[in-house]
Design a protein around this ligand. Structure first.
Ligand SMILES: Nc1ncnc2c1ncn2[C@@H]1O[C@H](COP(=O)(O)OP(=O)(O)OP(=O)(O)O)[C@@H](O)[C@H]1O
Ligand SMILES: O=P(O)(O)OC[C@H]1O[C@H](OP(=O)(O)OP(=O)(O)O)[C@H](O)[C@@H]1O
Ligand SMILES: [Mg+2]
Length: 285
């Protein structure tokens, strides 16, 4: 029987969330300490635990069928792989930073400067597009230290909270791009592995939709229930149930996580009471 080979990061920023996603998709993996390969007990997948930098190459070669990694690594490696799904975690930006006391006006600051980075390809492409000449110092980690040790004039690296830059006396001056974890696939999967991938994608989609939405229950006077329904259209339409108090109803619906603080004010103004917002584990439209 065919299996889908999934490459995930062995240890690092993406490891825990990648495993968690597979578990939320109902895939049971028992990875013994230090094992680099695991077979799921209840779904035809094999997990390969790798360095994230190597994942694009393995997926291009077909050693792994799919992989989970930061989109930044996909751009940097430039391999022949398909990005098939944004995964909504490991969100970060890739920025240029310079010593905090430097005066900065615009990108022309970087003309002729030395920039330390672990992402030379992304940076070369960026400055080529802007017609600015820079010298790149490629290093594989601790990039933010480069200016203070005299290796470079500026750095280009991943930024999330900005605290690494701050601790190293740097300021962020340009965001070059934004990245998050993505699922990539080999461009030509066999029909059998593609069928397993389709099942997995369906599960990922329902987990992601679940996270992006909330179940909402509330009580409201019958006089305003129609107005409330138009605020909360739900998946098909809201459910309305009578309360023992004949002038009131209970309404059940689904609301997007991003919208609910906004809408809750309006619901309260329409007389809604006893509003409950409940997490959804999986959602299938
Ligand atoms: N501070 C951060 N906030 C959010 N996402 C991040 C952050 N740092 C890195 N990432 C994302 O996580 C990915 C993996 O980062 P990590 O630091 O674990 O990589 P690494 O040191 O290259 O690991 P490996 O040993 O597997 O090569 C990055 O490519 C990026 O997409
Ligand atoms: O803006 P911040 O929230 O401070 O995050 C940014 C830092 O996070 C990453 O490194 P990581 O901590 O993963 O260490 P690494 O050097 O092992 O990659 C990245 O390379 C930055 O250094
Ligand atoms: Mg790496």
């Amino acid at each position: 029987m065919s299996t889908l080979k999934i490459a995930i990061q062995k240890s690092g920023r993406l490891s825990e969330k990648s495993l968690q996603l597979l578990e939320e998709c109902g895939i049971k993996i028992s990875n013994g300490e230090r094992k680099l390969k695991a077979v799921a007990q209840n779904f035809p997948v094999e997990i390969l635990f790798l360095r994230d930098d190597d994942i694009p190459q393995y997926v291009e070669q077909g050693v792994a069928d799919i992989g989970i990694l930061g989109e930044n690594e996909v751009w940097e490696k430039g391999k022949e792989v398909k990005v098939i799904q944004q995964l909504g975690f490991a969100g970060c930006r890739m920025s240029l930073a310079i010593p905090k006391d430097e005066i900065y006006a615009d990108l022309s600051y970087f003309e002729g400067k030395r920039i330390a980075t672990s992402y030379p390809k992304i940076l070369i492409d960026f400055f080529a597009q802007k017609n600015i000449n820079v010298f790149i110092e490629e290093i594989s980690g601790s990039v933010e230290i480069a200016t203070s040790i005299g290796l470079a004039d500026a750095v280009f690296d991943i930024v999330s909270t900005g605290s690494t830059l701050l601790m190293n006396g740097l300021k962020e001056v340009e965001t070059v791009t934004k990245s998050e974890a993505v699922l990539i696939a080999h461009p030509n999967l066999t029909p059998e592995t593609q069928a397993i991938l389709n099942k997995l994608l369906f599960r990922i989609q329902s987990v992601r939709e679940g996270k992006q939405n909330k179940y909402i229950l509330l009580n409201a006077p019958n006089s305003t229930i129609n107005n409330i329904c138009s605020l909360l259209p739900g998946m098909k339409s809201p459910t309305i149930l009578p309360l023992v108090n004949k002038d009131w109803s209970s309404l059940h619906s689904v609301i997007r996580e991003d919208d609910y603080w906004e809408i809750i004010e309006q619901l309260k103004n329409l007389g809604a009471e006893g509003i409950l917002i409940i997490p959804i584990e999986k959602m299938i439209r």
